[in-house]
Design a protein around this ligand. Structure first.
Ligand SMILES: Cc1ncc(COP(=O)(O)O)c(C=O)c1O
Length: 413
């Protein structure tokens, strides 16, 4: 008989078994690319096989694809707490950020406010828009802002009249800090600016009720915390702006009606859809999101992810010689830290060799970043933290400086 109150360990084991890549090492890099559920790979293989055997020209193929596209839209909507009509499917967070930022017509001299801690996915489109339209990009420095109040004060100072656009991350990819999105958004809206949020390190990792965030656009990648295939992503578009938002990257997916006499965009977020798709990837994206919300459960994901990330942050912070850059009271599922005496590259190479840890360095803050998943175990955290402890206790052996060669008769140069 099935016990409805199965211990958590059974569920964790089942979830981990469904993510085969977890067997290849201690998987601590979902912030770059998450482990693919076996179900997702199977769904993608099914489409690839159909393409091979039946071909890609059968009418069922296209209608089936459009169903999968809407399935992906609906599954992302569930993760964001949104309505299906508010979600566009795109190819990457970067594409979604470009679409959102490009949708705002800027006049010369107007301001775009962003932060110095953004990923190139936001910095790139901000700079491109500023260059194209003669606008000014303002980069708020968050480096030594330790409280939400201080962060808000800096945005308050930056969002002056003439600011048309404010673009920033929900969770910083560098330190893993959660920004006070709704409060920044409110400030921007009060001053007439459009709000674009990069949700790459939040969507799938933490609870999101996108309507509460005071955002106009919210970008979310498929390949990270939603565990989907690469080159899949979504853009949530607020009902408040969708009717007037003008997409810049358009094709036959974006119009309800189009011809030489003119076109009519879809009235909903579909006007921001990608212009063509890899069918297997869209099926995989839909399956990954569906697997997360229906098989694993979003509440379980968010609660367990938060608990494991907090555990990792506390364990690392307790090690002498380790500096955790992620603020404990404003963290999501990223933990960024430095080990005294070690460069991030050296330390990561040691950690990988000793524990099979799969993680990454974050050059802008000269640190290592662990992405802690809802699937990470206490044992994995302990194994990797023990290795960090070992490194922290032993600075790497560095070679003594080479003696200078002095060649007699030639001077010192
Ligand atoms: C905050 C943030 N935004 C955007 C990206 C890029 O996402 P994509 O590769 O989907 O464009 C990343 C990571 O790669 C990120 O951490």
């Amino acid at each position: 008989m099935v016990d409805p109150f199965q211990p958590d360990t059974d569920k964790l084991a089942a979830v981990r078994a469904a993510l085969p890549a977890l067997g290849a090492g201690i998987y601590l890099n979902t912030g770059s690319v998450g482990p693919l559920p076996a179900e997702t790979a199977a769904a993608m293989a099914e489409i690839t096989d159909y393409e091979l055997r039946i071909g890609r020209a059968h009418p069922d193929y296209m209608s089936g694809f459009l169903e999968r596209l809407d399935e992906a839209r609906g599954a992302v909507a569930a993760v964001l707490g949104a309505d299906i009509a508010q979600v566009a499917i795109t190819h990457s967070t970067s594409t979604a950020m470009n679409s959102a930022i490009g949708a705002v017509a800027l006049r010369p001299g107007e301001r775009i406010v962003t932060t110095r801690s953004e990923h190139p996915a936001a910095v790139g489109p901000v700079l491109a828009a500023a260059e194209r339209d003669g606008a000014t990009a303002i980069f708020v420095d968050l480096d030594d802002a330790t409280t939400d109040e201080e962060i808000l004060r800096r945005f308050d100072e930056a969002i002056v009249p003439g600011t048309r656009l404010v673009a920033f991350s929900h969770v910083l990819w560098t330190t893993g800090r959660v920004l006070p999105v709704a409060a920044i958004g409110r400030l921007a809206h009060e001053r007439g600016a459009v709000v674009v949020v990069d949700g790459a390190q939040a969507a799938g990792a933490i609870r999101i009720a996108v309507h509460e965030l005071e955002a106009d656009f919210y970008a979310a990648p498929g390949q990270k915390w939603l565990l989907g295939p690469e080159a899949t992503a979504a853009l949530w578009v607020s009902p408040a702006v969708v009717a007037t938002a003008r997409p810049t990257l358009v094709g036959w997916f974006n119009y309800e009606k189009i011809g030489p006499d003119g076109g009519r965009y879809w009235p909903d977020a579909r006007r921001f859809d990608g212009t063509q798709f890899h069918k297997a990837s869209i099926s995989g994206f839909a399956r990954s999101c569906g697997w997360l919300s229906m098989y694993v459960g979003l509440t379980w994901i968010h609660e367990r992810g938060a608990a494991m990330a907090a555990r990792a942050a506390d364990r690392l912070a307790g090690i002498t010689g380790v500096e955790v850059l992620t603020p404990r009271d404003r963290m999501a599922t990223l933990v960024t830290f430095r080990i005294g005496g070690w460069t991030p590259d050296e330390a990561l190479a040691e950690l990988s060799a000793r524990t099979f840890a799969i993680a990454r360095t974050i050059p802008p803050v000269e640190a290592i970043r662990f992405s802690i998943g809802f699937f990470t175990t206490e044992d994995e955290i302990e194994r990797v933290a023990s290795a960090v402890e070992l490194l922290a206790a032993h600075t790497p052996v560095s070679l003594p400086p080479r003696p200078r060669l002095t060649v007699l008769g030639q001077g010192s140069g």
